[in-house]
Design a protein around this ligand. Structure first.
Ligand SMILES: NC(=O)c1ccc[n+]([C@@H]2O[C@H](COP(=O)([O-])OP(=O)(O)OC[C@H]3O[C@@H](n4cnc5c(N)ncnc54)[C@H](O)[C@@H]3O)[C@@H](O)[C@H]2O)c1
Length: 304
């Protein structure tokens, strides 16, 4: 098994994608620290791994505060002797349009996703550097962070911020041999179950039926297990040369996202004054960039 002897922490791994990641890491031989705010789901997740012959332990604590991050690292070390892999996956949504978004909606989502990723990666990287472990940092982004999405100001900020931090960590941790990557998943979970566009796919999944090819292929929308293989790959020695990347996965689809680059560059001697921009902005920059995700029309038989 490729991850035999390795130890992983997966945040928010009581259910959904995090559970699939933890189970796949365990299948590949890693011992896993499960984390969730919900004790019952965390315990069930541990049981699912130990029943299958793997090793797991639960930490029931909210990701965000530094204390939880330190507890996660300490539990990995105390229980399994070391920490090699961190997957920052815990997440919540508080969706609403900008003008209805409260301070609490914003702070909650930023606290779990952005601050939670920062505090957990800081604790794990500090431990890995001190113990000369060429570890793996895998942070979970979202198409919303890459493209923006109506009603998700807080989530877009957090997820774009996570990819920004990953680029920085790839630079800062390179010398220690630690890789840092972002995974941009799409899958049928509690988080996507209520999106009407995905209803037919979620319905098929719940019945244990295969998801229609339109979802798996055209939209890259499948099950949590479809995402888990990439997590184990990035955690393995086979991916030691992969760092600083944002990798999209879902259903039958694998994608490498580009990082922002200037797509048009124009020079004007003396600089770009207001008048010069009014006169020449369009010609100087060319076609403007699009925002938001573009979905193809849903075939009639898949409309619900
Ligand atoms: N499902 C998708 O298509 C999709 C797409 C893009 C990104 N994501 C991201 O993937 C991750 C997992 O999403 P999911 O779809 O499995 O959602 P989910 O709601 O099924 O699972 C999230 C888990 O995180 C736990 N959690 C919430 N707050 C926590 C905290 N403060 N500390 C610890 N655990 C906490 C929840 O209890 C839950 O078990 C999230 O970061 C999400 O933003 C999901």
């Amino acid at each position: 098994m490729s991850l035999h002897g390795k130890v992983a922490v997966v945040t928010g791994s009581g259910r959904g994608l995090g559970l699939a990641y933890a189970q796949e890491l365990a299948r590949q031989g890693a011992s896993v620290v499960i984390n969730d705010v919900d004790a019952a789901t965390a315990d069930a997740a541990v049981k699912s791994i130990t029943d299958a012959g793997g090793a797991a332990v639960a930490v029931v604590a909210p990701v965000g505060p530094t204390e939880t991050a330190e507890q996660l690292v300490q539990t990995a070390v105390d229980t399994f002797g070391r920490l090699d892999i961190l997957v920052t996956n815990a997440g919540v949504l508080r969706d609403t349009v900008l003008w209805k978004m409260s301070d609490d909606d914003f702070d909650t989502v930023i606290g779990v996703h952005l601050r939670g990723t920062f505090t957990c990666v800081r604790a794990a990287a500090t431990y890995m550097r001190a113990n000369e472990i060429a570890g793996r940092i895998i942070c979970i982004g979202s198409p919303t962070g890459q493209r923006g999405n109506f009603g998700q100001t807080n989530y877009a900020a957090a997820k774009a911020g996570i990819v920004g931090m990953v680029r920085t960590w790839a630079l800062e941790l390179k010398k220690a041999g630690i890789t840092a990557n972002a995974v941009i998943p799409v899958a049928a979970t509690a988080m996507t179950a209520t999106v009407p566009y995905f209803a037919a796919a979620v319905e098929a999944d719940e019945k244990g039926e295969p998801m229609p090819a339109f979802f798996r292929h055209d939209l890259g929308f499948g099950t949590s297990d479809d995402v888990a293989g990439l997590i184990a790959f990035l955690a393995s020695d086979a991916a030691s040369g992969v760092s600083g990347q944002a990798i999209g996965i879902g259903g039958d689809r694998l994608q490498l996202w580009s990082h922002p680059e200037a797509v048009a560059t124009a020079y004007r001697e003396g600089g770009w004054t207001y008048d010069a921009l009014v006169e020449g902005f369009g010609d100087a920059v060319g076609e403007l960039q699009s925002v938001g995700e573009k979905f193809p029309p849903l075939p009639e038989d898949l409309q619900r």
